[in-house]
Design a protein around this ligand. Sequence first.
Ligand SMILES: [Zn+2]
Ligand SMILES: [Zn+2]
Length: 344
Amino acid sequence: MNQFTLSTSLTAPGLSSVKSQSRPSPHTYLDNRVTKSQIASRRTRSQRARERLETKEHLSRLAVEIRNVELADKIDRCHSRLSVLTCGRHIARVIPNFTCEFRLCPDCGRRRSRKIQNKYLPMMSAFMLHRRVTPVHLVLTQTHRAETRKQSTKRIKDAFTRLQRRVFWNEHFKGGTWSLEFTKDKKGFHHTHLHIIGFRRTFFDIELLRSEWLAVTGDSHVLNLKPILDIATGLREVVKYVSKPLDIRRFGADDLKEFLGLKNMRMFGTFGEFRDFSKDFEPSDNDGAAVSDLESFNRDLVEGCACPQCNQPLFDLRLSKSELPQFYEQIESSPPGKIGTKWN
Ligand SMILES: [Zn+2]
Ligand SMILES: [Zn+2]
């Protein structure tokens, strides 16, 4: 679903959402940091919009600290004024005045991950259909060492390359996609994870996969594997690390400096047979029908068109960046059928 489109079944803010946030997810794995990111995905749109705003303010302050005024200015201008196409209760499109394209910008990251989803989802559906494979979400981790982010990333990517050369891997997987997630603990150790969507041919004992990972890393056997029941949801889950590769709120000026030194580091890629498939992929009518692309549908909407969710006419609302979370809040708190007056 288009992230700018407000669902009618929004979680009401207040007691119920507070209660659900404290309950651990049934898929809790690895450590509570992963659980935290899953909780983040249950936040309301206004909360998430406010978080993005705070993240950008923090990044801009750090950029000033390291005297990169140009970057600070770009982040400040990014999404600072918005043209919002809305019926008053749903948001069909948000058009920003400017996009900074900085890799850590949460607004630009969201757009990048949507692009990836729109590009790869039809390919994945077609691949699964033609190759009779089932998708799994595999998280590979490594032991912590005193090393730079760059060294940590190279270490896990090299180990994954070695894993792909193993007979076991090729017997059970037909390629997939990978994305990187970075964290840093309180002692300053980098934790780098690889989130993989693997297309599995056959079932296998997870302990065998663990011992294979140990064989290629030398000291790491911690991994998690879970089946992906719905490929759209599975892809969304892994590409969220493209928009949010690390927890920026824990990020200091030195981290920003280090990150800026990592030019052109890839955060997402394909591998194996799926990579070859995706290069040659031309969607047929059948493959295209498997995916409903609301984003490109909404792209054609203009003022006066009917809202795709309620058929009311859409109008163009001009908001500043700080007004967007307030607008989401207003929508979330208005009862169905009632539209707030402030924005009309
Ligand atoms: Zn941006
Ligand atoms: Zn509507």
